[in-house]
Design a protein around this ligand. Structure first.
Ligand SMILES: [Zn+2]
Ligand SMILES: [Zn+2]
Length: 445
């Protein structure tokens, strides 16, 4: 919970100094900082684009991000940061001390997705890698490549203006966000013990399909809780012409996929958010063989604990009932890898929104509601660090207009067609992140 102030506390000079860090009042002289920052970003952009393009072309899956981590570590060392690699696996921690003041964490993810990019970009990924026992294409279809360019750009901008702020910045490159266990891995490896303690606050952003260069914010819950789901139906294999000799696991999988949606439509309160998606079905090897098992992988999304418990129970009950119907043994049900909602600190949100609106005007807006995705930035918050997580628009406005005319949805994150328009996205990301961080730092004494 964030610090609240009593009137007696305000009487002390120390509390007054702290207050300047935590009230919505602007701490930053935007009129002076903005032109300098924008000139710096324009000068840095060609290099930031090179970083983006290189990482886009060389995506790596969660816990395999060795090349990506080494690249970011090299960039930060060249800027003068104290860099530690291998934190929680492939994680990177880069620290810069710039006098007394708060310690502020700025986080990027390092990982890409096990999917094929179909954007047709000249620098599209053609990389393949091993993932869960098979070969897969790999692509930055969530946009983490742009986050990494923004992260380096923010570090560079913070240092170019280090005469204007005082404190410590902790830039972290986190592995395996997509499997939502990279943040907890870094914390377990001493992220908040080995590098000068727990940060006073943390910032991150995520690119999405809004118009490139826009920024949006929300106070309180930013996204949903996600639980992973893996269910294996165990049947009995047989010849495809002799179904009576089998217990067909593909029939069980198909039944489950349909029936589990009644947990959403008939058991959950229709006014409350909740999603169950089966995103992967694995079974069988040939058309004339009834296989002996089928595995489904999926995700469960909720905004509140009561609905979450109800849906998890419904998923278990449906899977067991489907197996019982076929006379099969109980299925193997794994529900886990939970990512809790990211909760934006209300005071930090108000303060950040104020500085961004002043600097970026009508490009900054409030999000109407939390987004249905999820992510493990929440682990840093659950460890006691107040967090601020922003949405950055990354979509070419032309694409948005053309798709609207055609009546089709724009490609969202995790679509094989998802792509960011690099220049306005990276520039706005660096500007928003640098201003947000400088805004919580006292001026240099
Ligand atoms: Zn993603
Ligand atoms: Zn992502």
């Amino acid at each position: 919970m964030h610090i609240r102030f009593s009137t007696t506390l305000l009487a002390t000079a120390a509390a007054a100094a702290l207050l300047s860090l935590t009230t919505p009042a602007l701490a930053l002289d935007v009129a002076t900082v903005k032109p300098q920052l924008e000139a710096e970003i324009s000068a840095d952009y060609p290099h930031l684009f090179d970083i983006y393009k290189d990482i886009h072309q060389h995506p790596e899956l969660g816990h395999q991000e060795t090349r990506t981590a080494a690249k970011l570590a090299g960039e930060m060392r060249a800027l003068g940061f104290e860099v530690t690699e291998g934190v929680g696996g492939t994680g990177v921690v880069a620290i810069y001390h710039n006098g007394p003041g708060p310690m502020v964490m700025i986080r990027t993810e390092l990982d890409a997705l096990p999917m094929q990019e179909k954007t047709g970009l000249p620098y599209a990924s053609e990389v393949k890698a091993q993932w869960e026992g098979h070969e897969t294409y790999v692509a930055h279809s969530c946009g983490h490549d742009s986050h990494m360019a923004i992260w380096v750009g923010t570090a560079k901008a913070m240092l170019s203006m280090k005469d204007k702020w005082s404190g410590t910045v902790m830039f972290i490159g986190q592995p395996a966000e997509e499997s939502v266990n990279g943040a907890s891995g870094m914390i377990a490896d001493g992220l908040f013990k080995r590098f000068g303690g727990k940060p006073d606050m943390a910032f991150a952003l995520h690119v999405g399909p809004d118009p490139a260069g826009t920024v949006s914010y929300i106070s309180g819950p930013y996204d949903t809780t996600a639980d992973s789901m893996e269910i294996t139906f165990v049947g009995r294999g047989a010849h495809g012409s002799m179904p009576e000799k089998s217990i067909d696991p593909i029939i069980m999988a198909a039944r489950f996929i349909e029936d589990v949606q009644t947990v959403i439509s008939r058991e959950k309160d229709p006014m409350v958010f909740g999603v169950v998606t089966v995103g992967s079905v694995t079974s069988g090897s040939a058309g004339n063989i009834i296989p002996d098992d089928a595995t489904l992988r999926g995700t469960i999304r909720t905004l509140d604990e009561k609905t979450r418990a109800k849906i998890l129970d419904g998923v278990r009950r449906t899977a067991n009932a489907v197996a019982a119907m076929s006379g099969a043994p109980a299925p193997q049900i794994k529900l886990g890898d939970t990512a809790y909602s990211v909760m934006n600190d209300p005071v930090l949100t108000e303060k950040t929104a104020a500085v961004l609106k002043q600097a970026m005007g009508d490009k900054v807006s409030q999000m109407a509601r939390p987004i249905p995705a999820s992510e493990d930035f929440s682990e840093f918050e659950r460890a006691g660090v107040p967090g601020e997580y922003l949405t950055l628009g990354g979509m070419d406005p032309k694409t948005i207009a053309e798709d609207a005319k055609k009546g089709i949805p724009v490609p969202v994150n995790h679509s094989p067609l998802f792509t960011v328009l690099p220049e306005p996205t990276i520039k706005a990301g660096v500007e928003a992140m640098t201003l947000s961080v400088m805004n919580v730092m006292p001026p240099k004494a």
